[in-house]
Each structure stands twice: as C-alpha cells, then as structure tokens.
Design a protein around this ligand. Structure first.
Ligand code: GLN
Ligand code: ZN
Length: 762
C-alpha cells in the first residue's frame, strides 16, 4: 500500500450555471447591493470548496477564487494601485477594484492581456514607481474562511513574485531585480501570517519558469526563495509551474522549498527526460501535474498509471502529490448537465469535477486497489478506444491535397489582379461583419429553437445583406462584404457546418472578467460537408457590381479557439481544417466570388511559450494557411486579417502567408506598427486599420486623413488599403455608417494628392 496525496491548483470560478458571471453583472448594473453580491460570492466559493472536499482531494486550493482576476487580486494586495484610481486608506474598495478592471466614466481601465498561451486574460499590473505594501492578506482571508466555515485546512494559492513582476508593466528591465527584491518582505509577511494561522502548505505559482528566461533571472528567483525559506518553519512552499517544462530544471528542483510542481502533460517529454536524467532531490515533494488541466478529454487511467510507475522509479509515491497539470480554470465546470452530447463522445470527456474524480481514482488505485477502481480504469480506457475506432476518426493521416503554394509569385499575381479589378488607389473596404442588431440575435435564437421558420430567418438575413449592400454603395466603398449577419461567432459558425465538431450546452470557460466563452470541441476528423458561405456571399454579389469579399475563418484560429482532440498533433488538425477550407474556397470561386478573405486573428495567440518552439509552430501555421488558399486562380485575390498589433515578432511569417492583401489592427498603437514595417520591407498589399472599432467614438475625416498620410509616408501608397481595425459586429448602425463615411472621404482626400494622374491601380 502506497501513501499518495492529491491536490489541485485552482477551481473554475464561474459556477455550473455561470452564477458568478450573473452576480457580477447584476452588481455592476446596481441590481444587487454590495452585501448581496458578497454573500452570493461567498456561497459560491464555499460550494466550490465543498465539491472539492467531497471529491476526496487531500490538499484543497483556497484563495484561487476571485471577483474578477487573480492577477488583479495580487496587484491590489501588494498595493499596486495606479494613481489615476480613487484609493485611500488600507482597504481596497470594490469600486476601486472594479474600476481598475473595467474603467469608469472618468478613468481608463488597466490593460488586459493573455495569460500565457491560454484564452484567459488578466489585468496587467502597473508598477510605475510604487513601492509594494500589503493592503490585505487575501490568501489569509481565504484560508481562515475555509477553516472556520468548512473545517478545511486549505492550501492558499498565491501568484509568485517573479511571475507577478514579469507580467507587470511600468518599469525598465534594469529595475527588475531591485523591484523583485522589494516584493520579498511583503511576501514574507503574507507567508508568515499564513504560517501563524496554521497553514501547512502554500502554493506559489511561478509559470514564468516555463518561458524562456535568463540564467541571471533564475539566480534572482533562487535568491528570493532562499529568503522565504529562511523565514518559514512549519509552512511548506509548493513552487508550482505549469503550461510547459521548466527552462532551468536543475536550478528549479534545487530551490530551497518543500515541493516542486511540474507539468507532466504539456512539455511532458522534456520533463520526463530531465527527471530521469537529472533526478529529483530526496527531501522534496513532487507535484505531479498528470491530469490535463487545459483540455476537456478524459484521462486514460491505464496510461496514466503507467506514467506514474515511471515517475515512481525516481520519486517514490509517498513523495508525490497527484494533481491537474494546471488550474482547472481553463476547463468547464461539470459534465453533469450535458445531456445533448452523443453518449460515445460524452464518455470521453472530463471537465473540472470529472478531473478531480480521476485524481481520486488514481489515488485509490495506488493506495488500495479494488475491483471497482479497476473497472473504472478499464472503462476510461475503453471509452477512449471506442472514440478512436469510431468512424469519426478514420481519416488517413498525412495525405493532404496540395498545392501549398500559389502558382505564380505575388508580383505577377498583382499585375494580373490589378488588370482584373481596376480598383482605385487606396482602395477602401471593411473587415467583414456589420452591426448585429438585437433583432437578428433574437431571430437566430428563435430559429435555433425551432420557433422561427428557416425561410423567415433567411429572409431576415437577406434583408440585412441587401440593406448593407445599399449602405456600402451609398458610402462609396470599393470592396464590399456581405456583413456576416448569419454568424454568431466566427469559429462556431464554421464548426457547426463542418464534420468533426461538437458543441456543449454548459461548457463555458472564463475568458476575461465576467465574459465566458463556450469553445467548440474538435473531436473527430474535420471535413467539408457542403458549402457554408456561398449562398449569402453570392446573394450579396448579385446585388452589386462592386466586388464582394468571401469571408472565412482560417485553420489556426479555428484550432486556437476550440478544444482540440489530443490524439493527433495540432498540425494535422490544422491541415484537416485547411483541406475543408479548400473546398469552400473552390465553391466560392465557382460561384463567381474571386476576392476571398481568410481571417487569422489568432495566429499570434497560438505561439508556444518557449522561444525554441516558436519556429516549428509558425511553420505549420503558415503552411496550413497556404494549403487552404493556394488552389485559387492567379486573379483571385486572397485577403487575410489579423487583430492585435504586436506583430514585430512574426512579420516574416505574415509575409510568408503570401496573402495578396492583409488587413491588420493598428490604430491603438500606430507608431509601433509603422516602425515595424519601416524596418521590415513588406511587399504585398496591406491595410493598416485607420480607426479603432472598440470605441463608439466616430473618428473624423481629418483624423483619418492624417493616419493615412502617415502610413503612406512609410509604405508605398500603391500597396496601401484603407479599412477599419476589425469587424464592426459590436458597433451600432448609425455610428458605423458615420465612421465609414468619414473613412471613405479621408481616403479620397489623400487619393487626390497622390502623384499618379490616373488614380487607378492599372
Ligand atoms: N471577419 C471577422 C469580422 O469582421 C473578423 C473578426 C476578427 O478579426 N476577430 O467580424
Ligand atoms: Zn480583427
């Protein structure tokens, strides 16, 4: 009999039915009082702890719950409250906390960005010369609450100082070491108070250890943790990493802490290799992140059992704590309510609650294996096997239809395309979607429920298309779009029409603040069934003599915004999607649509965390785009679109996509992006967004004229397109028309000043 323990790194906040989101939004809308809000939140928090307790978890995380974001919690706990927010005294009020998260009429919210390579977004802490000071010991509060209310001796979860500072802004690189040092006494205070309250374990999250860091930085971390260990007696630190293998394995395992938590799912190969080659200290506990905390697939318990045997050869089971590979924040709460899923598929899934159940089974198997445990192991194995052998997963691997290069180089295509399209200089266009009114949303919901007839729904969509074709004529745009009225979401829309995708009913995960998303599940071979976008696009084209762009979502974005099957490399799934898109593109071409935009807003998001892994990812990401878009005629113009402006890192790959035209979001950081293009000659056609669509403000003609002038002072004007930053789906109709009217006027103003007498691009 072996004595092995289980733990978890964090539990989803949102609740089985998104109670968390609803409470937050009700509070923001002043529909409930602060006291009511606090009491709903407490109830949820305790409910989550109870569920974990019932699941038999030995070490239950506390303090991972939040009212918005755990990084914001850490910043406000350490006293990093930018001056522009109203704050005085010790306590951080809820109103200060939420204005940092969301802004208010008079102050701008803090910046928000992606949490490592996940779809969760955190609030970026601002240091700006502030010295750390403990405002409130949040982990202590959480620890005491769990102890007093439920008798749970919880494991407080705290974002570690190194990662906290890495994720912050408002300081120079040279100041890093000094600021890190100044955080140490505050962390020591937090830890000591926890120790005094009786806590035995504390989890310090340092996921930045899996990114590419320098040896100097690693030494700083060692120094910090050494100071922690000198100050603590009965409190043990679990130094927790996740999302990949750690960069400095030997240094990390030798940190003076009691436990080291490693990810045995993501970057597992390197972690096993290091563990087996270098070993693991005999006086430490190993946090074994063995159940995937990032994806929704059930574990093959037989396979995991084997892996644990392998680990046990280096670290005996008594010194292991079995846990998910990361916080369960990234998966939905429970499968219990998913009654609409195909039973064969459902049996292969595990959300947060089911994952905790798996840990419990693994523990049982190791401590006191019974017939029942064995049966469960067998069940998990057969369920996964059944899916693997199902007709959904039969596609021959690796046999992809080429070509993956356009038949002529860009320069030749460009000449042919100019002759074909005769667009003016600085052609104007939009990114795809036009405002989605409540009327459309309501109609779509009714139609989905079967309460509105298909023809009535389609008629409404067609009415909108017609209305917006007329508006585009009126405004005088050069290249039109149909407006994407039939789409709720750019990934879901295609997922519902392609083979290989499934949709849950309650499978929500937090994206940022109260916003949750319900990612599709790519469970089988992705395949084209029938044309998905031809009808609406061809209808739009029939109403105008201006070109209408076909509008598709690219393979990498579909992949990145879904839960993806884990039996194939991501690359293979991307190529399957690309194959399906080829057929859609051919169908569009056959219907006379010869400008086709393939959106890849998530291209950058999919980047791996380690520098050395990036090239491989980018290579297949680019190849999947090329695969999807290279069968077209030379005169067919392929467009692409990307959001977020931080492109310096991937400018070569953007070029390699070989799209004829790209549109990029830039208006929020114009200077930076233009510099990137200054230093990296970009030779294809490009539209740098001339106005920010995230704000209801209507940009003036003068303002956009200046933006265009500035852009063509860097880029050759023959290559430049004029368009907004992104899709206009979330904007109101009136403001959209006003903004686009000004945009077209601005383009015309600049067009008139251009040297070419003939302002057509022929
Ligand atoms: N074509 C999409 C739209 O306009 C692009 C959205 C995006 O980039 N996220 O809505
Ligand atoms: Zn966009």
């Amino acid at each position: 009999m072996t004595n092995v323990k289980t733990s978890s790194l964090g539990y989803p906040r949102i609740g089985e039915n998104r109670e968390w989101k609803h409470a937050l939004e009700a509070f923001w809308a002043h529909k409930i009082t602060e006291a009511e809000f606090e009491s709903i939140m407490k109830e949820l928090r305790l409910h989550h702890l109870n569920k974990q307790k019932k699941n038999g978890l030995d070490l239950i995380p506390v303090g991972d719950f939040t009212y918005y974001d755990h990084v914001l919690d850490t910043a406000t706990m350490l006293g990093f409250i930018p001056e522009r927010f109203d704050h005085s005294g010790e306590k951080v009020s809820l109103s200060t906390y939420f204005s940092m998260a969301r802004g208010n009429q008079s102050v701008q919210a803090s910046e928000m960005t992606k949490w490592f390579n996940t779809n969760y977004h955190y609030i970026v802490p601002e240091i700006n010369g502030t010295t750390a000071k403990l405002t409130v010991n949040r982990p202590l509060q959480a620890y005491l609450e769990a102890k007093d209310e439920l008798g749970i001796n919880g494991k407080p979860v705290i974002l570690g100082p190194f990662t906290f500072l890495k994720l912050s802004k408002g300081y120079q690189d040279e100041q890093f070491a000094e600021i890190l040092k100044s955080l140490v006494p505050v962390y020591i205070k937090i830890l000591k108070e926890l120790q005094d309250a009786g806590a035995t374990w504390v989890q310090l999250d340092e996921p930045s250890l899996v990114t590419t860091i320098t040896k100097e930085e690693m030494d700083l971390i060692s120094h910090v943790y050494k100071q922690f260990s000198q100050e603590l007696s009965s409190l043990s630190i679990m130094l927790q990493t996740y999302f990949d293998s750690v960069s400095f394995y030997e240094d990390v395992i030798n940190l003076p802490v009691k436990g080291i938590g490693l990810d045995f799912v993501h970057g597992a190969q390197q972690t096993y290799e290091k563990l087996e080659r270098v070993g693991f200290p005999t006086d430490k506990v190993l946090g074994v992140g063995i159940v995937d905390g990032r994806n929704i697939w059930r574990s093959d318990l037989h396979a995991i059992y084997e892996q644990l045997q392998r680990i046990s050869r280096i670290v005996p089971a008594e010194r292991q704590i079995l846990q998910p590979s990361s916080s369960l924040l990234h998966v939905p709460v429970s499968l219990a309510q998913e009654s609409a899923l195909d039973p064969l598929l459902k049996k292969t899934l595990a959300f947060a609650d089911e994952k905790l159940g798996e840990l419990e089974l693994l523990k049982q198997a190791l401590t006191d294996p019974s017939e029942k445990t064995r049966a469960k192991f067998h069940e998990s194995h057969s369920a996964i096997k059944a899916l693997a052998q199902s007709p959904w997963r039969t596609k021959a691997k690796g046999a992809f239809r080429g070509p993956s290069k356009r038949s002529r180089p860009f320069a030749e295509r460009q000449a042919l395309q100019r002759a074909k399209w005769s667009l003016p200089l600085l052609p104007t266009t939009t990114i795809g979607s036009f405002p989605q009114t409540n009327e459309i949303r309501r109609a779509r919901n009714l139609w989905r429920k079967g309460e509105l007839e298909e023809t009535a729904y389609k008629n409404l969509i067609n009415e909108k298309i017609k209305k917006w074709i007329e508006i585009q004529e009126e405004i005088g745009l050069d290249v039109f779009v149909h407006g994407e009225f039939e789409r709720n979401d750019m990934v879901e829309f295609f997922g519902e029409k392609l083979a290989g995708f499934a949709f849950t009913t309650f499978g929500w995960v937090q994206s940022y603040g109260s916003r949750c998303v319900k990612p599709p599940i790519i469970f089988g071979d992705v395949a084209f069934i029938e044309p998905m976008t031809v009808e609406e696009t061809a209808y739009a084209q029939s109403l105008t003599s201006k070109p209408v762009k076909g509008m598709l979502t690219g393979p990498v974005t579909i992949l990145t915004w879904s839960f993806v099957r884990n039996d194939l490399p991501l690359k293979d799934v991307a190529f399957q999607i690309a194959q399906a898109l080829i057929q859609e593109i051919e169908a569009l071409e056959a219907a006379g649509i010869e400008m086709i935009q393939v959106d890849e807003p998530a291209l950058r998001e999919g980047l791996p965390l380690k520098q050395e892994d990036k090239a491989e990812y980018l290579a297949w990401a680019v190849e999947s785009f090329q695969l999807a878009t290279s069968t077209v005629k030379d005169t067919t113009q392929i467009h692409t679109h990307m959001c977020y402006s931080d492109f310096h890192e991937i400018i070569d790959e953007i070029r390699a996509l070989d799209a004829d035209v790209i549109s990029i979001e830039t208006s929020r950081s114009h200077g930076e992006l233009i510099t990137a293009f200054e230093t990296n000659v970009y030779d294809k056609e490009i539209g740098l967004g001339v106005y920010d669509i995230h704000s209801p403000r209507i940009p003036s003609e003068e303002e956009m004229t200046k933006v265009i002038e500035r852009a063509i002072s860097v880029l050759p004007y023959e290559l430049f397109w004029v368009n907004p930053d992104c899709g206009l789906k979330t904007r109101a109709e009136e403001e959209t028309i006003a903004a686009l009217t000004n945009m077209v006027k601005a383009a015309k103003n600049v067009r008139e000043t251009l040297p070419s007498k003939n302002t057509s691009l022929q």
